[in-house]
Write a protein that binds this ligand. Structure first.
Ligand code: FES
Length: 91
């Protein structure tokens, strides 16, 4: 099991290795989502630590993140998968 911590909510929850994080974040935190398809950017969040434990950026992230002037440590919560280990996010 992988683990996600939402730093600004001080909440930690488990995600099966390799699963999309979306449903688990929605269930366990107040992070906002819109399209859930990688198009709107509502779910932009910062990876405080554990970037190496996330899946590669999806095509949607590669298209949208530069248009949002996102930092290299920012990802879309609706797109990422936690491959293993622990990831700390902040939004
Ligand atoms: S919810 Fe729209 S990009 Fe993630």
């Amino acid at each position: 099991m992988a683990k996600i911590t939402i730093k600004n909510e001080i909440v930690t929850f488990q995600v099966p290795d390799g699963e999309k994080a979306l449903e688990y974040i929605k269930k366990n935190s107040n992070m906002l989502f819109g399209c859930e398809q990688g198009y709107c950017g509502t779910c932009l969040c910062s990876v405080v630590s554990g970037m190496e434990n996330l899946s590669k950026k999806t095509d949607e992230e590669q298209a949208l993140l530069p248009r949002m002037n996102a930092n290299p440590n920012q990802r879309l919560g609706c797109q990422m998968r936690v491959i293993k280990g622990e990831v700390v996010l902040e939004y």
